[in-house]
Ligand binder design. Structure first.
Ligand code: GYE
Length: 334
């Protein structure tokens, strides 16, 4: 049985504090600082290769910042950062090069779920632990040490439940802007949402990938508007805020009012998305917390130190309507 742990935003601050505690209990707390907390407690700098997906969205920028901050020299790390520009082959090549460089640990935010068995086996054979952050893989669990991220299916369910409550009793034509094909969040956000709207009067008339980017969301939405017309679409479900923001541009260019003529639901709750929600252009957003750096760094240290870790660490998300977004926006960290 997999052990599962849910962590709230407050607990993330706690985890950060724990990480600091771990650092300060290092054998030589007064030492120059550059190697503090490294090498699983033996004062060595930990070399970590991080294979990021790319830079497709606001969420991704916040996640990259969080990772770079946590895997800093002050925290005892030497970080080798690679962003694969959403190219799955390039991401696997990056992981292979980390193995060849003999890094201490590898962290991956896997672009897609499938295709990881070979390179994960190579890492295992080389004795290099792999920690996954953000997205999941379909590989057997013994090929990686731990995963930290979000419950994407639950995010989809929360979005779908809101849609069902708001629009379920009226004939509603919905189009979907999917995330990257084959990625865990695109798969799971579709599953959760579809189950939640089952049996309602919401009809999915089309669904296409916009690759989690603003440009992708805009051009797919332009196509939908061409095919169905402004009057033929009532609701957009976007798998992330960036695609919703692209859709807003397309809807406005078509002479319609986003959030009114065509309602929009999205996922992430990054700053620009929350602002659009406050402005009434998006109607509902489910959060996806990108601040996973401290937890990922803690897992790397624990795994290298031979400590028992939670194999699956879920960070909890919330959801926002316009009033909640207005209240939350000033204090948002991303
Ligand atoms: O929702 C999207 C990003 O994997 C959870 O990837 C992440 C998703 C996020 O590009 O904005």
């Amino acid at each position: 049985m997999m052990k599962k742990r849910f962590i709230s935003t407050i607990a993330i601050a706690g985890a950060a504090a724990m990480a600091l505690t771990a650092c300060s209990s290092d054998p030589e707390p007064g030492a120059s600082g550059s190697a503090a907390g490294g090498g699983g407690g033996d004062g060595e700098v930990i070399t970590v290769g991080f294979a990021q997906t790319g830079s497709e969205s606001g969420w991704r920028s916040a996640n990259t910042d969080s990772m770079k901050e946590a895997f800093s020299a002050e925290n005892g790390f030497d970080l080798i950062f690679n962003a694969a520009d959403n190219d799955t082959a390039a991401q696997i090549t990056a992981v292979r090069s980390f193995i060849n460089q003999g890094v201490d640990a590898i962290v991956i935010a896997p672009i897609v779920e499938d295709g990881w068995d070979d390179v994960l086996t190579e890492a295992k054979n080389a004795g290099i632990p792999v920690i996954l952050e953000d997205r999941t893989v379909s590989s057997p669990e013994d090929l990686y040490a731990a995963w930290v991220g979000l419950d994407f299916e639950k995010e989809g369910t929360m979005a779908g439940e809101w849609a069902a409550a708001e629009f379920g009793d009226t004939e509603t034509k919905m189009v979907v802007l999917e995330g990257t094909t084959g990625s865990a969040p695109a798969n799971d956000r579709a599953t959760g949402f579809d189950a939640a709207i089952e049996g309602t009067m919401i009809e999915k008339i089309d669904s296409q990938t916009g690759d989690f980017t603003r440009d992708g969301g805009k051009s797919v939405m332009e196509g939908f508007l061409q095919n169905y017309g402004v009057d033929g679409i009532d609701l957009v479900y976007a798998h992330n805020d960036d695609m919703a923001l692209g859709a807003i541009e397309a809807i406005e260019a078509a002479g319609a009012v986003p959030g009114e003529d065509i309602k929009i639901i999205s996922i992430d709750a990054v700053h620009d998305g929350m602002q659009a929600l406050v402005d009434g252009k998006i109607n509902y957003i489910v959060e996806c917390n990108p601040l996973l750096g401290e937890l990922a760094a803690g897992l790397v240290k624990d795994v290298l130190a031979g400590n028992d870790v939670e194999r699956t660490v879920y960070v909890e998300d919330q959801a926002f309507d316009q009033a909640a977004a207005e209240a939350a926006l000033p204090d948002r960290k991303y």
